[in-house]
Design a protein around this ligand. Structure first.
Ligand SMILES: [Zn+2]
Ligand SMILES: [Zn+2]
Length: 390
């Protein structure tokens, strides 16, 4: 049995942890999501002493010694990167206030804010060109591109991030290539959290861009009691962080279901079989034909007209059968408004749909265009009706 002294120490540690946590949460203004996501990542330390520890990677980044716990930065960087990768590239959620977000004109290099951008309609405020390109200054995003500046598709599983030592190193240390130089995204968040008492304060941490060598070598130092606190209170701590993060992201993004987009494995609902039947019955080109191109095939994907990664939901009014070719090409693009989206609206008018309102669907399309599709191309296919006329 634990002795009385240990119990007292534990209680006082819990108390000070929650004092720090509450102080942190009550800070009125956030200007980025970084600190919250760092703490969410830190929750992976919970259960560390249990035999059924649910983290399958990174054991060797953790060292326990007497009453101290040393955690290499890689261990926290793994979930941290996975969270951001999903939020940036799957869901395209802005992570910091708009000052870091802008479009540049490829003709005259003029910068303008991201708000209200509509492809082919928004013009450069200086030279009136339509050639605007999205730029994002948020540091963490830059490491998710290859040497040519093309985004790397996020890995599905967190283990893949844990195995990508090169990426982790780039992230923790910052990187230099021909085209980009990034400061360490981690340095800034560690610097910002250094006074909050979650880990042992890093001494001589003077520049927000440079993590002291001792931390790079040994990792962050914690009181070992943190494991018990995080294990015991994981759910309320996680809920508080998720609530705060959702609230913050909602204030700067117009995107549905943000509270689920910040989870590592959100649900992917499917159509009920009755709904599938209805979808086929009302498919304009007929049974076993692709909604977009009319081609007949053996197997079909059910395509989310407004991309799944934006709506994060599966509704009949937003579902059409697509051949594999169309489905792959469309991927997570929006379909062209005139050639495809109008057809979906028309099909929906003939269907018996619950909780459906055409204005609402059009607004969803418009919001997705601004918030998600941005400067990306639309999906467009020659239609079955045009094909049959030839
Ligand atoms: Zn311009
Ligand atoms: Zn097709």
């Amino acid at each position: 049995m634990e002795n009385y002294d240990d119990v007292l120490k534990m209680v006082s540690f819990e108390k000070s942890f929650f004092q720090n946590f509450q102080q942190f949460l009550e800070k009125p203004r956030l200007n980025s999501s970084f600190k919250l996501v760092f703490l969410k990542s830190m929750l992976h330390l919970s259960g560390l002493k249990n035999a059924k520890f649910d983290v399958k990677w990174g054991r060797n980044w953790i060292r326990m010694k007497d009453d101290k716990l040393f955690v290499k930065l890689e261990f926290i960087a793994v979930p941290y990167l996975k969270f951001y990768w999903d939020m940036f590239f799957n869901y395209r959620l802005k992570q910091s206030a708009t000052k870091n977000q802008y479009y540049t004109c490829t003709d005259c290099n003029n910068r303008q804010p991201i708000t209200g951008f509509i492809k082919n309609i928004s013009k450069c405020s200086r030279c009136k060109s339509f050639n605007l390109k999205h730029k994002d200054l948020v540091l963490v995003e830059k490491i998710f591109i290859d040497s040519k500046g093309i985004p790397i598709i996020p890995p599905k599983k967190i283990e893949e991030v844990a195995n990508n030592l090169e990426l982790l190193k780039q992230f923790i240390f910052g990187m230099k290539t021909q085209s980009v130089t990034t400061k360490s995204g981690f340095a800034e968040v560690l610097f910002a959290l250094n006074e909050n008492g979650f880990y042992k304060k890093i001494p001589n941490f003077k520049s927000r861009n440079k993590i002291p060598k001792t931390v790079l070598e040994n990792g962050l130092e914690f009181d070992i009691k943190i494991i018990d606190v995080l294990t015991k209170f994981r759910i309320p701590i996680e809920n508080a962080l998720n609530y705060k993060l959702t609230h913050y992201l909602e204030s700067i993004n117009n995107s549905p279901r943000i509270s689920e987009k910040i989870l590592l494995n959100p649900k992917r609902p499917e159509l009920k079989s009755q709904e599938k039947k209805q979808m086929w019955e009302h498919n304009p080109p007929g049974l076993d034909s692709c909604f977009y191109c009319g081609k007949s095939e053996k197997s079909f994907a059910i395509d989310h007209v407004v991309p799944f990664d934006y709506v994060l939901d599966t509704k009949l009014f937003n579902s059409v059968p697509a051949c594999n070719n169309c489905n792959c090409t469309k991927s997570n693009k929006l379909p062209d408004r005139e050639s495809h989206f109008q057809d979906v609206l028309e099909r929906n008018r003939k269907m018996d749909l619950d909780f459906y309102d055409e204005k609402m669907f059009e607004k969803l399309y418009d919001d997705c265009l601004i918030e998600y599709n941005g400067d990306r191309d639309f999906f467009i296919r020659k239609k079955y009706s045009e094909l049959s006329e030839m």
